[in-house]
Design a protein. Structure first.
Lengths: 341, 325, 253
């Protein structure tokens, strides 16, 4: 038996983590390197949401259109902690704006932790209560019901921000904290480490085997002793918690807006999983990187064509490579199978 | 925090506006219910197709102002026919590679077709942004009101409720569209074949009918209905823009789930019900976000409690009565 | 010897159709028990009631002296009941070894077993079953016969007390049937696992089962040793339609 630390997935995850660590240290050299820091932050976000979705979609085989609700909850939690709790003045005071200062790391950590706790609480509550009802549905019915979940929460939150936000709209602008891109990079990095290792250890754990059985044949899994209903709820909740982390990360960086609840967030997560390949841990990571590179290069070269090309890509992938990139590689190069956990 | 305006006026207005809206949105959902009920394909491109037609008709109407060809009742017909052609394109690019030769839809095919239509949908949505002369939003309602209003007024007053004439016309068109769809599905041989595919595609090929042909017909019918119904937004909404899809699509899902998959009349009644619930909540609370939250809460509740559809019995009862009478 | 499985007065209706009517029988520990009957007699429905896929309308299922009538399937599996399906249901995307490991991980020892132990149990079972050399292949590349073996391996990996086999011989050619029958006998004798099996291949089940029941239209019409069953006129009637004709047929043999 190979120890966990020598397993391919662990090695790959660690290489990716080290890559971001090095990028972070090299980041602060000059203007060009700072641009890469910003790209790196985005990339961590894309891989992060891809892996969050992977737990319910790639591992358990349940397509959810509503995972954006958890990203939204995460970003709303940050908005709540920073804005709606009416501490804006305190935060700005702590940052000593005007004298060019920034909020202390301790206070930042406090607000960050508060956001995390709030987001985890709401996510688990929603995932368990709603999951208890909708995880009895399968396939498309489940997928559609998650749209309902997303929209119910989105419109309720919209109502809250509309009535309570000092800005009166769909956004909660963060108070000035004097933070730089590097700070955001390291905040993303912390969440990235948590996400990638949680996703990997879930994959290789007994829980992961149970989810794989559910994905392949839910009835057979139940008959073989997998408590399918409970596992699905755990997977839904864990996926939700990880997704909410990325809402928090982005809201610290860009402030809360209703956009985090929108279906296109779910869509990105979904496309990353489909392109990479369902059923694996590596798949969603590859899918996320490809998605990010495509989107990034499209945005700079083809501009408005982005959506058309993305949509066409999905159609082509689904029609001709239904197993995604990982499935294709496994078929072409059976030797690589071991590395494509 | 949330105050209810529980007055008779609000309730009357809620019901009337709800029925008008329900008739429009109910007919919009019919294309979705047919394709879902027959092919077990959850067509995520449906809303995009509807909005595409709405944008196209708004663009044509405003560009060639006054031309009879582009006023809603006429455009409604030819854009529907155009939709039939578009349906062939939609089927062969998106559905055929995935489910063209599949007889029984397993979960796997259901998911692949879901993803494929989803891809088609966002590609179609993206097209709005690359068209030359792209306009973010068309304001259309008042001008149409004039074109069909008899004597200068764009509105009528009914039971103390001010109603735009154009919205009434659109809801009537929605009702007509529903009748056409019902007739095609239940009274023609094409409808019979389509409903037979829903039962058993392989058995159909044994009696000499090509299931692929029937699938094409289904996609064509559904897309034609979708595009025709898109024209209704021209007279119903105050403005038409690509992002109305993000409300239209999910509402269509609510309606189809309420109405029962494949049931044309059930879907229409689902639309009326949802329209009334939405408008009542809107009138009583004055909050659009609460009204939409209620609409989607209905979806969740209906899916969990009655996934076969709440109004699916209506069609059976009606056709039973028709046979007897 | 104690009764490992007791089925008491099971009735199961689907709408107006009564699939099972007042079926009762007992299976002793270590026994090879057969269930036969014409198509549509309710055999698979009976299995589905025993392992919890369906809840019976009346009656009880008692397994290892515990009333499990209202337990969900996964709880029964964890209590020591394993099953194979008439239509094989392998986890196609997982390897053969992983398929068997899932059996071990979620079986009766589910709360104490480690992944390494599960892997070891699974590979032992695969060796026993004769699938060792296919262990690292994905399950969907196996042929029908191998898939049937995999079903069996998956069930055995959980180290059950009771094995429910639903037509495990169907679709196999005669030489394969002999191998499989030998394997089942070995499972029962070497591992001491009680076997309850539904089977259509008559000579195999007559040879293998120690006792059996016969179902017809959801009723139990006979119970006994294979030779008792073979000479029961009602059974012959159920299979052949006309009792007199059937009797003649049997006598000629």
């Amino acid at each position: 038996m190979v120890s966990v630390f020598r397993r391919p997935g662990f090695i790959i995850s660690t290489i990716i983590v080290l890559f971001f660590l090095v990028l972070g240290y090299l980041g602060n050299i000059n203007a060009i390197s700072r641009m890469y820091v910003s790209n790196g932050t985005d990339l961590m976000y894309y891989i992060g949401i891809g892996l969050a979705m992977a737990i319910i979609m790639s591992y358990a085989g349940y397509v959810s259109f509503g995972q954006a609700v958890f990203v939204g909850i995460g970003s709303f939690s940050t908005g709540y902690v920073l804005v709606l709790m009416n501490r804006s003045n305190i935060i700005s005071y702590l940052a000593k704006i005007g004298s060019g200062g920034r909020i202390s790391n301790t206070m930042l950590a406090v607000y960050f932790t508060e956001s995390l706790l709030l987001a985890i609480t709401i996510s688990v509550f929603i995932a368990v209560v709603v999951g208890y009802a909708v995880l009895r549905l399968r396939g498309a019915f489940f997928a559609i019901s998650t749209i309902g979940l997303d929209y119910v929460v989105m419109y309720l939150v919209k109502y809250i921000t509309k009535t309570r936000s000092p800005f009166g709209g769909e956004e909660l602008l963060n108070p000035s904290m004097g933070l730089t891109d590097m700070t955001f990079y390291w905040m993303h990095f912390i969440l990235f480490i948590i996400t990638i290792y949680v996703a990997y250890f879930v994959k290789i754990s007994k829980f992961g085997y149970g989810l794989a059985a559910i994905r392949e044949d839910e009835d057979a899994a139940e008959i073989m002793g997998v408590n399918t209903f409970r596992y699905k709820i755990y997977a839904f909740a864990l996926s939700g918690i990880l997704a909410s982390f990325w809402g928090i990360a982005e809201a610290f960086r860009k402030s809360y807006s209703i956009g985090y609840f929108k279906l296109d967030k779910s869509i990105i997560m979904l496309v990353e999983n489909v392109v990479g390949g369902i059923g694996s841990f590596i798949g969603p990571i590859i899918g996320s990187i490809i998605y990010y590179l495509l989107e990034w290069s499209f945005l700079t070269t083809v501009g408005q064509w982005t959506l058309v090309i993305l949509g066409a890509t999905v159609v082509v992938v689904v029609a001709f490579f239904p197993e995604g990139i990982v499935g294709l590689l496994k078929k072409r190069f059976p030797r690589l199978r071991k590395w494509l956990e | 925090m949330l105050e209810l305006a529980l007055t008779g006026g609000a309730i009357t207005k809620g019901i009337i506006m709800g029925l008008i809206y329900g008739s429009v949105i109910g007919s919009v959902a019919i294309g979705l219910t047919i394709i879902w009920g027959v092919m077990k394909v959850v067509n995520l491109a449906h809303g995009h197709i509807v909005v595409f037609a709405a944008m196209m008709s708004a663009f044509l109407y405003l560009t060639y102002k006054g031309a009879l060809l582009f006023t809603p009742p006429i455009a409604f017909i030819w854009i529907g026919l155009l939709g039939a052609a578009f349906g062939v394109f939609f089927y062969y690019t998106t559905l055929h590679p995935v489910i063209g030769h599949v007889d029984t839809m397993t979960l796997k095919y259901e998911m692949s077709s879901l993803m494929a239509t989803f891809g088609f949908g966002i590609a179609l949505y993206g097209i709005h942004y690359i068209l030359p002369n792209y306009v973010h939003s068309y304001s259309v309602n008042p001008s149409i009101g004039y074109s069909i209003g008899a004597a200068g007024h764009t509105y009528i007053v009914f039971l103390g409720v001010v109603i735009m004439k154009s919205t009434v016309l659109m809801s009537v068109l929605g009702f007509l569209l529903t009748l056409v769809a019902y007739w095609l599905m239940n009274k023609t041989s094409m409808g019979l074949k389509i409903r037979a595919v829903a039962q058993d595609a392989r058995a159909l090929s044994l009696v000499g009918i090509n299931p692929v042909k029937v699938k094409v017909m289904t996609a064509v019918l559904a897309t034609a209905l979708a595009m025709a119904s898109g024209v209704l937004f021209l007279g119903y909404s105050t403005s038409v823009y690509p992002d109305i899809e993000s409300t239209v699509s999910p509402l269509c899902f609510v309606i189809v789930v309420l109405g029962g998959l494949g049931s044309v009349l059930g879907t229409y009644f689902g639309g009326l019900f949802l329209g009334v619930m939405y408008w009542l909540t809107l009138e009583l609370t004055g909050q659009q976000s609460i009204a939409l939250a209620v609409a989607f809460a209905i979806l969740l509740i209906a899916m969990v409690l009655k996934p076969d559809g709440v109004f699916s019995g209506i069609e059976r009862k009606l056709s039973f009565r028709a046979k007897r009478g | 010897m104690r009764d490992v499985l007791v089925v008491e007065n099971i009735t199961k209706r689907f709408g107006g159709l009564t699939a099972l009517s007042q079926v009762s029988f007992k299976v002793k520990e270590g026994e090879r028990f057969g269930i036969i009957g014409p198509n549509g007699a309710g055999k698979t429905t009976l299995f589905n009631v025993i392992n919890g896929v369906y809840r019976p309308d009346t009656g009880k299922v008692i397994f290892k002296d515990t009333d499990i009538t209202h337990w969900p399937p996964h709880r029964r599996a964890r209590y020591g009941m394993a099953r194979t399906h008439q239509v094989v249901k392998p986890f196609s995307d997982l390897t053969v070894l992983e398929n068997a490991m899932i059996g071990a991980l979620f079986g009766p020892k589910h709360d104490s077993i480690t992944e390494d132990e599960a892997r070891e149990i699974a590979s032992n079972v695969l060796e026993f079953i004769g699938l060792k050399e296919k262990a690292d292949l994905p399950a969907n590349v196996l042929n029908v016969q191998e898939k049937k073996r995999l079903e069996l391996a998956r069930a055995l990996s959980s180290q059950p007390d009771l094995l429910l086999l639903d037509e495990v011989l169907a679709g196999l050619v005669p030489s394969e049937i002999d191998v499989m029958v030998g394997l089942l006998r070995k499972i029962n004798e070497e591992k001491g696992i009680t076997i309850v099996m539904i089977e259509h291949v008559m000579h195999a089940i007559m040879n293998l089962a120690e006792r059996m029941i016969v179902l017809d239209f959801g009723r139990k019409i006979a119970e006994g040793t294979p030779s008792e069953i073979a000479n029961n006129p009602e059974v012959i009637a159920a299979y052949l339609g006309n009792p007199e004709l059937a009797l003649k047929f049997v006598q000629k043999r």
